[in-house]
Design a protein around this ligand. Structure first.
Ligand code: PEP
Ligand code: MN
Length: 377
């Protein structure tokens, strides 16, 4: 059972809920605070055997907005109240929520200082403060490039600081890498910050998910499992949240089936509104790993642009996308990397589609608020 308090309810209101909950044997009350876009909401979750606990004593308390019995398992990430605001967070001055648009354009895998510098300079020229930089690469073959690992972290962080990049999405494949990232950031004087990416191959690595959840310093970018159900991926995110880290972005990146051919994966961005309905997490889309190639339609727009548009018009608020100064030399995923001369166009395209989404949703909300005109007599 989840008891939601009115925004701004005093701590005494939370304490009153906890006192009532403690009257019921086998029930443990756990208070939480969720920071929405405009308001902060306190909730008390009742854990244990709540089936026979009545809702009325809680509903009667001052400051209580709503009491819901949760049969669904997404206790922490779930959107239990359809009208509830999404939970967002701020990372190193960059806001992540339903209303923002953050484009994380960058290298799939860090390969050379020169390429990282060129990528970051291109971002800085457009005022973009977010990027992706893979240092630890989970590769299908042990003979493929495995990423530069911790050796590249000092200069990647230094270059980020020089170019005003504030948040870097970086995959971790082992919990020890979190410490390596923290140490390297500290040594570099914290010139930037990192969002820990859980890749699709680790989507159900529960020990890694727990370890990532046990730290609060870095937000988490969780990539949907390529061969598991959406429900299983959402439960995996709940692991992260249940260990203590609420700052999570859910990323769709396509699912593995030959039915997506000739794309690398079957694009699953129709799930953007589903994830937003079921959870309060901001949703990211990864057009590069979904499509995996650069071909364009007869309109001249590449499939990567098209699916980006499809995800953004469906309400995604973050894009993770591969760029590379010289894709033909990239050590990982070169065939899907856009070149830097396309960065400005990509960002402008993403912003236009996002603006169209804002416009159509505002129009739909206004239409819903106006009573239908009476039919002519
Ligand atoms: C990546 O983003 O670098 C990556 C490996 O993606 P995924 O885990 O979605 O395959
Ligand atoms: Mn990749």
């Amino acid at each position: 059972m989840i008891i939601t308090l009115e925004p701004g309810a005093p701590p005494s209101a939370v304490e009153a809920v906890v006192r009532v909950a403690e009257r019921y044997p086998g029930v443990t009350p756990r208070p939480y605070v969720f920071k929405g876009m405009t308001e902060t909401i306190a909730e008390v979750h009742l854990i244990g055997s709540t089936a026979s606990v009545p809702t009325e004593p809680f509903e009667a308390l001052p400051g209580v907005r709503r009491v819901v019995r949760v049969s669904r398992r997404y206790r922490l990430i779930g959107r239990h109240d359809p009208g509830a605001e999404s939970v967002g967070f701020t990372c190193n001055g960059v806001r992540f929520d339903d209303r923002t648009l953050n484009v994380f354009a960058g290298l799939c895998a860090v390969d050379s200082r020169e390429n990282v510098a060129a990528m970051m300079a291109a971002l800085a020229a457009l005022g973009i403060v977010t990027t992706r930089m893979g240092a630890y690469k989970p590769r299908t073959s042990p003979y493929d490039f495995q990423g530069l690992g911790k050796a590249c972290l000092p200069w990647v962080f230094e270059l980020a600081g020089e170019h005003g990049v504030r948040v870097i999405a970086m995959e971790v494949t082992d919990a020890r890498q979190i410490d390596e990232i923290r140490t390297a950031l500290e040594r570099a004087g914290r010139p930037t910050h990192v969002m820990l990416q859980i890749g699709t191959r680790n989507a159900q690595n529960f020990e890694l998910l727990k370890q990532v959840g046990q730290q609060r310093e870095f937000p988490v970018l969780y990539k949907r499992g390529m061969g598991i159900s959406l429900e299983e991926s959402l439960n995996a995110c709940e692991y992260v949240a249940s260990e203590g880290t609420p700052d999570i972005v859910f990323c769709l990146r396509g699912v593995k089936t030959h039915l997506g051919d000739p794309h690398r994966n079957l694009v699953d961005f129709a799930h953007v509104p589903v994830v937003r309905r079921l959870t309060r997490l901001p949703v990211c889309i990864d057009p590069s790993h979904s499509v995996g190639r650069l071909e364009a339609g007869p309109d001249g727009l590449s499939d990567i642009f098209h699916v980006t548009g499809q995800g953004l018009i469906a309400g995604a608020s973050m894009v993770l996308v591969d760029f590379h100064p010289r894709p033909e030399t990239a050590l990982c995923d070169g065939p899907q990397a856009l070149t830097l001369d396309r960065l400005a166009g990509f960002v402008a395209y993403a912003r236009r589609v996002r603006a169209a989404y804002d416009e159509v949703t505002a129009a739909a909300a206004a239409a819903a608020a106006i009573p239908a005109a009476a039919p002519p007599a």
